[in-house]
Design a binder for this molecule. Sequence first.
Ligand code: MSP
Length: 532
Amino acid sequence: MEKFYLTTPIYYPSGRFHIGTAYCEVLTDSINRYKKMRGFDTFMLTGVDEHGQKIEDKAKEDGLEPKQYVDIQANKAIELWKQMDIRYNKFMRTTDDYHIPAVQKIFERFLSQGDIYKGEYEGWYCKPCESYFTETQLVDGKCPDCGREVSKMKEEAYFFNMKKYSDRLLEYYDSHPDFIKPDFRKNEMINNFIKPGLEDLCVTRTSFSWGIPVLSDPKHVIYVWLDALTNYLTALGYNSDNDEMFKKFWPADVQIVGKDIARFHLIYWPIFLMALDLPLPKTILVHNWFMMKDGKMSKSKGNVIYPEQLIDRYGLDATKYYLLKEIPLASDGVFTPEEFVDRYNFDLCNDLSNLLNRTVSMVNKYYDGYVPEYNGVPNEVDSSLESDAKQAITTFEEYMSKYEIANAVSSIWTFVSRTNKYIDEVSPWILAKEVDGEDEKTKSEKAEKLKSSMYHLIANIRQIAIMIRPFMEATSDNMLRQLGIDSKNITWDSLNEYKDIKGIKVIEKGEPIFMRLNPEEEIEYIKSLMKK
Ligand code: MSP
């Protein structure tokens, strides 16, 4: 089996995760499930980034030791991912005992290779981002990443010699077109950071102690980004007594990160790997953000929405559907209660749920619930549907291979609409009347058409149920159950097997998978959540 290693960023465990932060997890989980269905031996890594001044401060605010604080926070993250049915293989914590010595070894190696040297740092420091900036990097005198106040700081520190690697990095970008997705992020890195000249990166701090001490100079703690980025290696046992998993899974196949941390993953991370003489990940996928109408989601603005609030009322699958559909890879998505309710009512209820319901009820009415045998010779209308069904699979697979998940999800709904249109084209209720009618000549032809239409509808719905599986497994199970198909036997490769459905019996009374919401009430409800 071919391996597939995919990672999310490790999250700062310093507050409740809103739908924006949960997005990355859902996205990665969906890719993981898809790859598993395609027969890959996958390993998904997620976790928390527990060191640094921000965490030390937060713990103090709560009157706790940093370790006590992160233990509580890490559990909250684990609970949320459980509720969201995120199927990761490993939950990484940077306070884990194997991680600390492994990072210390990496630091000493850089030091002995001359990649890291000792100097003095003076610069503008953004505490929440734990980043230093030069005067020119500031935007209106504020942090270019988060827009908050920065302060002038000076300290003895170690530096990583980034300049040494900048040509090699540019060459790598050039010769590996799949390394950065989407493509425009590459130019952003080149034009904003590499061409103007890479600054050496300050990789230690002495202003606080909650971090991994430098082995050979313990009054310094290792900069949280060097500590954090290397988690992708240490989680697999790199620099430990048992590095079998590392040997099996490294390099990562896709590492998924939000746009705010693109710079760390597209510049510093590959440079660290080059310095370690390790292969680079095949792809780093940078996604955009979930925004609110009035800008970033933030508690202070009172415009935050949390995943569990949506899940409790609308279910996990509807929440995931919305998240995945609403952020196109290369631009931000905007969360609005109106759009959420529209997508629920139009896409999930009108398009998907009704398609299943209408079909189940017709199969019951015309054939006592048994999917009819049909002669296997599609008429013109059915042929066109069959070729659209094949095309739908190809289009979906292409989008998934480029990790364009929003497009992949949309392509399924294009196929749902196509199938709904087919019902209107064929009008089975008219065929049924004609089958019962007087005209002997057309009777058998109409009977065959009616059989074929039910057969094709069930085949398409089965296909849709398989295609949504990586994102909406419970809905997929529910649809298959109503069709009388055992979801245990479902594989991606069985997508094209039309013959599988001969003789199956659909449920006697169809159950709506999504019920129409009252728009006014639900929009008000979601708005009230956002104000809390
Ligand atoms: N700890 C670092 C990552 C270190 S990885 C070696 C970090 N953590 S974070 O908790 O601040 O962010 C985690 C992820 O959530 C990031 O990928 C970030 O881009 C993402 N998001 C935060 N807000 C978001 C939205 N509003 N929308 C989409 N993603 C968002 O950064």
